[in-house]
Design a protein around this ligand. Structure first.
Ligand SMILES: Cc1cc2nc3c(=O)[nH]c(=O)nc-3n(C[C@H](O)[C@H](O)[C@H](O)COP(=O)(O)OP(=O)(O)OC[C@H]3O[C@@H](n4cnc5c(N)ncnc54)[C@H](O)[C@@H]3O)c2cc1C
Length: 438
C-alpha cells in the first residue's frame, strides 16, 4: 500500500477514535471507510450505555472531541441538554455518545461521500486493505486499527461454570442476577464500579465480595477541580524511585489530585523518554496505583460505592484467584490473600469477571498474523504493537509502516495513556497529520 491523501483510509473500529478520525480526515478532504462490527458508529463500548447513572469520569470541559475547540462539548450540552452543561460536572456517558454521533453526522453532511460506514467485522489486514468476515475486501491506501479495548480475558482457571458472567459488557449480562443474590467480583476497577451501579439502580440488595491483586478501587474526583501542580524537575529525570519520592512530596504539598493533573500533559513524553527497564518497573509496581489515581470516578458514582462499602454489602480484598468451580447452582472461588493466613473458599450465586481488557496482540485475529508475518512486532514489554511517535506500526526490523497505524487504547505501548478522550484527541491529530502529509 502507498499512502495517498486521495485514497480511502480504512479505519477498523467505529468508536470515538475511529469515528472522530474519519471526521477529521473528511475535513481535510480525505476519504475513509469506517468498519465497525456493531454498527453503532461513534459509540464504542464506553458510550453505548443507555443508563444515565453511568457518568463520564472526565469533567465535561475536557471532553470536547475537537483538539482545536475545547468548549465544543460544553456548548453542545448547553444547547441540547442544559441540565448537564456545567463545564466542571460529569455528564452521562450516553450523552457523550450522542454528541460524537451528532458531530460525525454533521461532518458527513458537510463533506458528502467522504465517509463510508461499513457494518461488519474486520477479519484480516491484507496488503491492499481490510478483509471483512463476509469475504468483502475494503481496498485502502492505509489502515488504522482503532479497535478499542479487547474483551476481558475469562477469569483465570474458569472452565466456564454456568454461574460465571465472563463478559459483563455483553447485552443483558447482569439480567440473571436476582435482587438478593450474592456475588463474587474478580477485578476492583472501573468495570466493577460500572456493574455495581447498574445492579444498585436495579434494586439489587445482595452482597458482593470483590477481589483483585491489591484490592484497590478507583479514587474519586472532588466536586470542584484541582489546579494542576506542574511536575518538579526531580519527577521527570533520574531513577524511578527518586521520581516517585519527589511526586509524593509534591502530593503532600499540593494534594495528590493536583499532582496527577500536572502530570497529565507530560505523561506521554515521560513514557517515551523512559528506557525499557524503567517502563517494566512502572508496569509491574506503579501501574495499579497509577490507574486508580489517574482514572478517577465522578463524585456521585463514588457515593454509591462508598454507601455499599459502609453498609458492608461490598468488601474489597487483595488476593489472587487460584480456581473457579461450579458448586451446584453456585460458584466457588479458591483464592489466596495477598497478606495473612490462608482463607477458606468463597461461594456465591454469581461470579462477574471485571478484570478489564485482556490484551493479547499475538492471539488477536487481526494483529496476530501481522506479528507472525513480520509486518508488525511487539514492544519489548509485550503491551501491544510497537509503534513510532506518530502511531505507525514498526515492522520486525523496526521500520515504520506509513500505511498502518494504531489509535486509541491499543496504542498504549507507545504512549502509555491513550485511553481517555483528552489523550486520544491529540493522537487523532497526529494520525491525520501523518496521513495528509504523506
Ligand atoms: C466503561 C468505560 C467508560 C469510560 N469512560 C470514559 C470517560 O468517561 N471519559 C473518557 O475520556 N474515556 C472513558 N473511557 C475510555 C474510552 O476507552 C475512550 O473514551 C474511548 O471510548 C475509546 O474509543 P475507541 O474508539 O478507541 O474504542 P472503543 O470505544 O472500544 O471502540 C472500538 C470499536 O471497534 C470495534 N471493533 C473492534 N474490533 C473490530 C473488528 N475486528 N471489526 C470491526 N469492528 C471492531 C468495536 O466493536 C468498537 O465499536 C471509558 C471506557 C470504558 C470501557
Amino acid at each position: 500500500m502507498t499512502p495517498s491523501p486521495r485514497g480511502p483510509v480504512a479505519i477498523v473500529g467505529g468508536g470515538y477514535s475511529g469515528a472522530m478520525l474519519a471526521a477529521r480526515l473528511a475535513e481535510r478532504g480525505v476519504a475513509s471507510a469506517v468498519i465497525d462490527r456493531t454498527g453503532g458508529f461513534g459509540l464504542g463500548v464506553a458510550y453505548s450505555t443507555d443508563f444515565d447513572g453511568h457518568l463520564l469520569n472526565v469533567r465535561s470541559r475536557a471532553m470536547s472531541a475537537l483538539a482545536a475547540d475545547p468548549d465544543d462539548f460544553v456548548r453542545w450540552l448547553a444547547q441540547d441538554h442544559p441540565r448537564w452543561a456545567d463545564p466542571d460536572g460529569f455528564a452521562p456517558r450516553r450523552l457523550f455518545g450522542l454528541y460524537v454521533q451528532d458531530r460525525l453526522a454533521r461532518v458527513e453532511a458537510a463533506h458528502p461521500g467522504l465517509i463510508r460506514r461499513v457494518t461488519g467485522r474486520a477479519a484480516a489486514i491484507e496488503p491492499d486493505g481490510v478483509r471483512l468476515a463476509s469475504g468483502e475486501t475494503i481496498v485502502a491506501s492505509a489502515v488504522v486499527l482503532a479497535t478499542g479495548n479487547p474483551a476481558p480475558k475469562t477469569a483465570p482457571a474458569s472452565a466456564g461454570p454456568s454461574a460465571v458472567i465472563p463478559d459483563p459488557w455483553a447485552p443483558e449480562a447482569l439480567a440473571r442476577i436476582g435482587a438478593d443474590d450474592d456475588i463474587v467480583i474478580v477485578g476492583t476497577g472501573l468495570t466493577m464500579v460500572d456493574m455495581l451501579l447498574v445492579l444498585d439502580a436495579g434494586g439489587w440488595r445482595g452482597r458482593a465480595f470483590a477481589l483483585s491483586r491489591r484490592g484497590l478501587m478507583p479514587r474519586a474526583h472532588k466536586a470542584a477541580p484541582d489546579a494542576p501542580a506542574a511536575p518538579v524537575e526531580a519527577m521527570t529525570t533520574g531513577r524511578l524511585s527518586e521520581r516517585v519520592h519527589a511526586a509524593r512530596r509534591l502530593a503532600d504539598q499540593r494534594g495528590w489530585r493536583s499532582m496527577m493533573e500536572g502530570l497529565r500533559p507530560v505523561t506521554a513524553d515521560l513514557w517515551a523518554g523512559a528506557d525499557t527497564a524503567t517502563r517494566g518497573r512502572i508496569v509491574r509496581h506503579l501501574r495499579p496505583w497509577w490507574d486508580v489515581h489517574r482514572h478517577r470516578i465522578a463524585p456521585d458514582v463514588a457515593a454509591v460505592i462508598y454507601r455499599l462499602l459502609a453498609d458492608h454489602r461490598l468488601t474489597l480484598t487483595a488476593g489472587r484467584v487460584r480456581a473457579i468451580r461450579d458448586e451446584g447452582e453456585r460458584v466457588r472461588l479458591d483464592w489466596t490473600p495477598r497478606h495473612g493466613a490462608t482463607q477458606p473458599p468463597r461461594t456465591a450465586r454469581w461470579l462477574i469477571d471485571c478484570t478489564g481488557p485482556g490484551h493479547d496482540p499475538a492471539g488477536d485475529p487481526l494483529t496476530g498474523p501481522l506479528l507472525a508475518s513480520g509486518r508488525a512486532r511487539l514492544d519489548p514489554l509485550r503491551l501491544g504493537l510497537d509503534l513510532d511517535a506518530l502511531g505507525r506500526v514498526l515492522n520486525a526490523s523496526g521500520a515504520a509502516d506509513p500505511t498502518l497505524f494504531v489509535l486509541g487504547p491499543p496504542a498504549r505501548a507507545a504512549f502509555w495513556e491513550t485511553i481517555a478522550v483528552p489523550d486520544i484527541k491529540k493522537r487523532i491529530e497526529d494520525v491525520v497529520g501523518a496521513l495528509t502529509d504523506a
